[in-house]
Design a protein around this ligand. Structure first.
Ligand SMILES: Cc1cc2nc3c(=O)[nH]c(=O)nc-3n(C[C@H](O)[C@H](O)[C@H](O)COP(=O)(O)OP(=O)(O)OC[C@H]3O[C@@H](n4cnc5c(N)ncnc54)[C@H](O)[C@@H]3O)c2cc1C
Length: 396
C-alpha cells in the first residue's frame, strides 16, 4: 500500500519472513481461522481446502508467497534495537549494523512477542518444570507425570487436549474465557464473525474498548475434523477442570471456586453472539441458506472441583503457562508505552508521537485487527493517515 502511493519505505525484520510462525509456535499448531480467511492485501489463499486450517509450514509458505508477490522491500536478519525521536523531527532507527533516519515508523512488531507469565510463577517449587507456549513444542518434552495447564483460552485448551492425548494426567486451571463452537448452522463460526459484520465493528464504536482489547482468544482449534474444543470436550477427554489459579502458598497451588458463575457467563456470551448471527441471517434474508438454529449443551460444572493441589506431592511434574502473550517494546526509546507495557494509541495512531503508527494489535481499528485478515483494512486506514501526515509535515 505504501508502494501504491509511492511512499519510499523499507521493512525491517529481525529474523526471516514469517518469523513468528517459524519460531514461536508449537509443532502441532494449525491456524484457528479457516484458510478462506487467509487474506492479505491483494493476496489470498488459493488452495484446495478453503474450509481447512493451515499448518505452520503452510502459513510460512503463505506469508513468504505474499512477501514475494508484493515485492515488499524486506531486510531480513535486521533487528531494530532502538527507535528514538530525531533532533530535527522524524525518527532515528538503529537496525542491524546500520542506522536509518525516517519521517515515519510503523510498528508492526507483533502483539504476541513474549508469553505473559504471572508473577506467582516464582513460587513454583523447583521440582516442577515450567513451560510457556514459546518453549513448548510437543508432549514428549515434558517430564513424566501430571501436568497443570494454567489458562483455558485457545492456547491452554489446545495444549491441555494434546497433552492429555499423549496419555498424561492433565489439570486445567480456568479463568475468564470465550467459548465458541467450531461450526454453527453448517458454517465455520469465524465465517459468521466476518459475514455478520461482528469482526468489522470499529474500535470507536465499542463501548468498553479497554476490555475488548483484553479479551482472551476464543476456545477454538483448527483440526481436519473441524471439532469443537471447550471445557466439555476437555472434560470428556479426561482433563480435570479447576478454577483460576489464584496463588501459590508454601508450594500449594490454590484455585478459585465459583466455576458455575464463570461457566454460565461464558455460555451466556456465546448464546448472545449466536443470537447476533441468527438476527443477521434473518435481517439479510439468508435464514434459509443455513442449517437450523442451534444451541449447545451448557458447560458442565464438575461435581467437585479441587481448590488446592500440593505441588510438592509429585502429582504435578510440569506446569504449562498458557496465560497470554504480550508485545515487547524494549527497543522503543519514545515515551509512548504505558505502565502495563501497552502502546498508547488511537486506532494505531500513536499518541504524542507524530509519524509513529502501529498495526497488528488487538482491536486496533476493528475487532478483526489482530487476525491475519484484519491487516488489510487497518493498513489502508493507517497508510492514508500516514500519507496525510507526510504531506502536512512537508508543507510546514
Ligand atoms: C499461538 C498463536 C496462534 C495464532 N493463530 C492465529 C490464527 O489462527 N489466525 C490468525 O489470523 N491469527 C492468529 N494469531 C495471531 C497472529 O499472530 C496474527 O494474526 C499475525 O501473526 C499478526 O501478524 P503481525 O505481522 O502483526 O505480527 P507477527 O506475526 O508477530 O510479526 C511480527 C514480526 O516482527 C518481527 N519483530 C519483532 N520485533 C522486532 C524488532 N525489534 N526488530 C525487527 N523485527 C522485529 C518479528 O520477528 C515478527 O516476524 C495467532 C497468534 C498466536 C500467538
Amino acid at each position: 500500500m505504501l508502494a501504491e502511493r509511492a511512499i519510499d519505505h523499507v521493512v525491517l525484520e529481525r529474523g526471516e519472513v514469517a518469523n513468528s510462525w517459524r519460531r514461536e509456535r508449537w509443532d502441532s499448531l494449525r491456524l484457528l481461522t479457516p484458510s478462506a480467511q487467509a487474506r492479505l492485501p491483494g493476496y489470498r489463499y488459493e488452495g484446495a481446502d478453503p474450509d481447512g486450517y493451515m499448518t505452520m509450514a503452510e502459513v510460512v509458505d503463505f506469508v513468504a508467497g505474499y512477501a514475494a508477490a508484493s515485492q515488499a522491500p524486506v531486510r531480513t536478519r535486521t533487528p531494530v534495537t532502538r527507535v528514538s525521536a530525531a533532533a530535527g523531527g522524524g525518527y532515528r532507527v538503529i537496525a542491524g549494523d546500520g542506522e536509518i533516519h525516517c519521517r515515519s515508523v510503523v510498528i508492526a512488531s507483533g502483539a504476541c512477542n513474549a508469553p505473559h507469565v504471572p508473577a506467582l510463577r516464582a513460587a513454583v517449587p523447583s521440582s516442577v518444570a515450567c513451560f510457556t507456549p514459546f518453549d513448548y513444542r510437543n508432549p514428549s518434552q515434558l517430564p513424566e507425570g501430571g501436568v497443570l495447564v494454567v489458562g483455558a483460552s485457545a492456547t491452554g485448551a489446545q495444549l491441555a487436549e494434546e497433552i492429555r492425548r499423549s496419555g498424561r494426567r492433565v489439570t486445567i486451571a480456568v479463568g475468564e474465557h470465550v467459548r465458541l463452537p467450531r461450526t454453527y448452522r453448517g458454517r465455520d463460526v469465524l465465517w459468521w464473525m466476518e459475514a455478520s459484520g461482528v469482526w468489522n465493528q470499529r474500535y470507536d464504536e465499542i463501548d468498553d474498548l479497554v476490555r475488548a482489547r483484553r479479551l482472551p482468544s476464543p476456545q477454538l482449534v483448527g483440526t481436519p475434523e473441524r471439532a469443537s474444543l471447550d471445557l466439555n470436550t476437555l472434560g470428556d477427554a479426561g482433563v480435570e477442570i479447576v478454577g483460576r489459579l489464584s496463588t501459590i502458598r508454601d508450594g500449594r497451588a490454590l484455585f478459585s471456586g465459583g466455576l458455575r458463575n464463570l461457566f454460565s457467563l461464558a455460555d451466556l456470551k456465546m448464546d448472545r453472539l449466536l443470537d447476533t448471527f441468527d438476527e443477521w441471517a434473518r435481517a439479510s434474508g439468508r435464514d434459509a441458506d443455513f442449517a437450523p438454529r442451534e444451541r449447545f449443551e451448557p458447560t458442565r460444572v464438575p461435581e467437585r472441583s479441587r481448590l488446592e493441589i500440593d505441588l510438592n506431592s509429585g502429582e504435578i511434574r510440569s506446569i504449562v503457562w498458557a496465560t497470554g502473550f504480550r508485545p515487547e517494546y524494549g527497543w522503543l526509546d519514545v515515551p509512548v508505552v504505558d505502565h502495563k507495557g501497552q502502546l498508547r494509541h488511537d486506532g494505531g495512531v500513536v499518541e504524542d508521537a507524530p509519524g509513529l503508527y502501529a498495526i497488528g494489535l488487538p482491536v486496533l481499528r476493528r475487532r478483526k485487527s489482530t487476525f491475519i485478515l484484519g491487516a488489510e483494512d487497518d493498513a489502508r486506514d493507517i497508510v492514508a493517515h500516514l500519507e496525510g501526515y507526510l504531506d502536512s509535515s512537508k508543507e510546514r
